[in-house]
Design a protein around this ligand. Sequence first.
Ligand code: PAF
Length: 289
Amino acid sequence: MKIIQTVSALRRWRAERPSPEELGFVPTMGALHAGHLSLLKAAQAQSDAVIASIFVNPTQFDRPDDLAAYPREEARDLELLEAAGCQAVFMPHASEMYPSGASRVHISLPPLTGVWEGASRPGHFDGVALIVNKLLMLVQPHHLYMGQKDFQQTVVIRAMLEELFIPTELRVRPTLREADGLAMSSRNVRLSPAQRAQAACLYATLSQMHKQWQEAIPPGQIVSWAAAQLQGAPGCQPDYVQLVHGRTLEPVTVPLPPEEPVVALVAAFFGPVRLIDCLPMTDQTMFFA
Ligand code: PAF
């Protein structure tokens, strides 16, 4: 596996790829878990070559303490990427990705970037869109792999690909879960054992919302039930829980026909650790490319 640390080395690597070749790209912030490995596996199966990136992107953190506390496990990550059969990994220093310090370019896709995670973490998706755009300019992959757990991120990136005519296809893969349903996330390692156990309430609530949606309970009632459930869950400080349309991210307040994608989104703190999760209420397959 080739370890690439500079923009110029990445450009050289990209220019020397054989043609024709389908290139799959898995961008990450490291601290890899089974969810990332499932993205790599899908990329392997669907591409001729796979490149991953590890870059803890400062512009998508709204709080310096969150950036400082983000887990970093480079040596282990490299072993996992190598074992997963990656051809290359791009792991630049921040000065490579942001050579002029603060970026002179700003990407925002209101209203997709301003709601839910975007409302709670101002500027977060602008930072995500910017770094994903920079990475795509350099890697020029045919396929981009992302996990469904970060649902809003996938909606924002899909919209950016469309708006900017970026010739990369986004492939979203299902969320991987622990035995008690907790969505796999690099942030889970920061939970204390007690918080880790308490965090199972997120998926338990989402599952019940799914059941209620299938029973055609009115959306407003489902959301009120879920909010009360999370408020009362030990150790859980809910930020938001909502039913949203899977493309517009607008709240779903009335029952929709089954062909419309509906997703439940949730965000909550367990101590200092902020977790997000989501669950499609309608046919899962309509969310995956
Ligand atoms: O999902 C992530 O890990 C990050 O938001 C991404 C897409 C790698 C951009 O920094």
